[in-house]
Design a protein around this ligand. Structure first.
Ligand SMILES: [Ca+2]
Ligand SMILES: [Ca+2]
Length: 198
C-alpha cells in the first residue's frame, strides 16, 4: 500500500489565465483549504485557460496523487483535465490526465499516478465540454479545492540476486526493470542492493 504525504500546494502562489471575476472565483480559492470557496473560469472560455501553482524558488515536489473537491451545478464543473509540471514556467510536461464522473457537489475525488519528475510549477487545464454529448455543459469550469501529494512510501528492498544472462548490476537494462516491475506488481519505488532507487 502506497503512502502519501500532505497536500504540498501550500506556501506558494496560485494564478490563472482567466481571472475575469476578480476575488469572487480567484485562483487562490482553489487551494485555500476552504471547500466553500471555488475557482472558476469565465463563461464558455476556450480550451487553453489554465490554473497554475508556483511552489516558490528552490522548491520542487513530485506529484503522485491529485485530490479534487468537486464543484458541480447545472452550468459548471470539471470533467476532462490535464496536469502539467515545469521548472521554468515556460516548458511544461504532462504529468497525468483525468476525467471526472458526474459526482455530487462537494464530493472529493482522488487519482494516483506514477511520476518521478519533481517540479516547481503545476498547471491544470480543464477542457471545455459544451454539448452535444456531454452529461453537463461545463460552460464554466472550476473546482472547490485541488490537492497534490507525493508518494512517500518506503522503498521495497530487493535482496535477491537478479542477474539475467549472468550480467552484473552495472548497466541495468530494461529486462531487469521489467522483471522487478512484474514481480512487485508495478509498485514503486524499489531499492536495489546497491542502493539505487527505481
Ligand atoms: Ca490544501
Ligand atoms: Ca476553496
Amino acid at each position: 500500500m502506497a503512502e502519501y504525504g500532505e497536500d504540498f500546494l501550500t506556501g506558494g502562489t496560485a494564478t490563472t489565465s482567466d481571472d475575469i471575476y476578480g476575488d469572487a472565483f480567484k485562483a487562490s480559492n482553489g487551494c485555500d483549504d476552504n471547500t466553500a470557496t471555488l475557482y472558476m473560469t469565465g463563461l464558455n472560455k476556450a480550451e487553453d485557460q489554465w490554473w497554475k501553482y508556483d511552489l516558490g524558488a528552490g522548491i520542487t515536489k513530485t506529484a503522485n496523487r491529485i485530490r479534487i473537491c468537486i464543484f458541480n451545478d447545472s452550468n459548471a464543473s470539471i470533467k476532462e483535465w490535464n496536469l502539467y509540471g515545469s521548472n521554468n514556467d515556460s516548458e511544461y510536461a504532462e504529468i497525468t490526465s483525468g476525467s471526472e464522473a458526474n459526482v455530487a457537489d462537494n464530493a472529493w475525488v482522488q487519482h494516483d499516478f506514477e511520476n518521478t519528475e519533481a517540479y516547481r510549477y503545476f498547471k491544470i487545464i480543464m477542457h471545455y465540454n459544451y454539448p452535444p454529448g456531454s452529461w453537463r455543459p461545463d460552460a464554466f469550469r472550476g473546482f472547490r479545492e485541488i490537492e497534490l501529494r507525493e508518494d512517500i512510501s518506503a522503498p521495497t528492498e530487493i535482496t535477491e540476486n537478479i542477474k539475467p544472462n549472468k550480467k552484473s548490476y552495472t548497466g541495468y537494462n530494461c529486462f531487469i526493470q521489467q522483471y522487478i516491475k512484474n514481480k512487485f506488481n508495478n509498485t514503486l519505488p524499489y531499492k536495489l542492493p546497491d542502493g539505487t532507487l527505481w
